[in-house]
Design a protein around this ligand. Structure first.
Ligand SMILES: Nc1ncnc2c1ncn2[C@@H]1O[C@H](COP(=O)(O)OP(=O)(O)OP(=O)(O)O)[C@@H](O)[C@H]1O
Length: 306
């Protein structure tokens, strides 16, 4: 297929006169895992719903899998969408849940689709277990099976791993990576930094506006932040003294170190060196993390890089 899997521009969505998606443009290439990050209420779910064809935008447009956003029924048939609080029928077994979904999509013979989906996601041995008795990780696996059973070309996942333990989260991501190697495209919203780092590209939205987009390295570079790592005794004194000093935008405790971050590199250096002299802490330039960059975008609103 030519073009990007998702290619939208200038998307606007308003609720009751309030703009919650504000001229968002985004491309997701075929076979790519694109991360979608941003604070609570920044407009991720709404943007995803517009891309799914579930909501009609108030402005902008574009294509999803080559279909115009207005071809909502065609889009819906070729995508898989896992909602934020996906639900299974708890009093049905795993196989019965999948059979129900096969019916919704008109997949025939349903029995074969269910059997293949169970095998594909390692669920065969549990096929007769009631969904209500499954752990969070297994429930999420069944939800994934439900979303991919009709062989979508694009998966839109809205915080799929919220509340799932680290091992199950890792397994889920391994599944996702395996599928993209076979041509699937994924757009996934998450609040987890380790998950963002597993994406080919990340998009960061704040107050409805896309403020950064690119590979992890590009987004960190775009933040134009300098980070100093401070360690040694009297760390809390150092943190106290650094707070509000010229060039110091953020101070974060990481174990026995402080990350002191700012955009004005020379002012930051002067402040850090002055406090190091006063308190005896040791300071050295360090790597800016994705989390530092996102916190900076959040604090600076739309002032971030694009
Ligand atoms: N159907 C709706 N009617 C009115 N307001 C809505 C509706 N859906 C979402 N909103 C509002 O739009 C804004 C964006 O919400 P959205 O769920 O898209 O954000 P989000 O980035 O997905 O947040 P979270 O990370 O908490 O899931 C919020 O202020 C929310 O209250």
């Amino acid at each position: 297929m030519t073009g990007a899997a998702v290619d939208v521009s200038g998307l606007v969505k308003k609720f009751d006169g309030k703009t919650v998606v504000d001229h968002v443009s985004m491309r997701v290439e075929h076979g790519e895992i694109a991360g979608f990050l941003g604070p609570n209420g920044s407009g991720k779910t709404t943007t995803i719903r517009v891309m799914c064809g579930l909501l009609i935008p108030d402005g902008g447009g574009g294509t999803v899998l080559g279909y115009d956003l207005r071809q909502r029924h065609k889009i819906k048939r070729e995508i898989g969408y896992m909602t934020q609080r996906f639900s299974l029928y708890e009093d049905l077994t795993i196989a019965e849940n999948l059979d129900f979904v096969a019916g919704l999509y008109g997949l025939r013979p349903a029995r074969r689709y269910v059997r293949d989906a169970l095998a594909d996601l390692g669920l065969t041995a549990r096929r007769d277990q009631l969904a209500g008795t499954l752990s969070g990780g297994w429930k999420q696996r069944v939800a994934l099976a439900s979303c991919v059973m009709h062989n979508p070309k694009l998966l839109l996942l809205d915080e799929p791993t919220a509340g799932v333990d680290p091992k199950a989260r890792r397994e889920f991501w391994d599944e996702i990576h395996l599928r993209t190697e076979n041509g699937l495209t994924v757009l996934v919203s998450t609040h987890y930094m380790d998950e963002a780092e597993r994406c080919h590209r990340v998009n960061y939205i704040s107050q409805g506006k896309l403020v950064a987009s690119g590979s992890v390295a590009e987004v960190i570079a775009e933040s134009r932040l300098t980070t100093w790592i401070v360690d040694g005794p009297h760390l809390s004194d150092a943190a106290h003294l650094l707070s509000g000093k010229p060039g110091v935008d953020e101070i974060t405790h990481f174990g026995k170190t402080l990350h002191v971050v700012g955009r004005d590199a020379s002012a930051l250096e002067r402040s850090v060196r002055a406090v190091a002299r006063t308190t005896g802490v040791h300071a050295q330039i360090g790597d800016t993390t994705l989390e530092d960059a996102f916190i900076s975008f959040m604090t600076n609103g739309e002032g971030g890089a694009r």
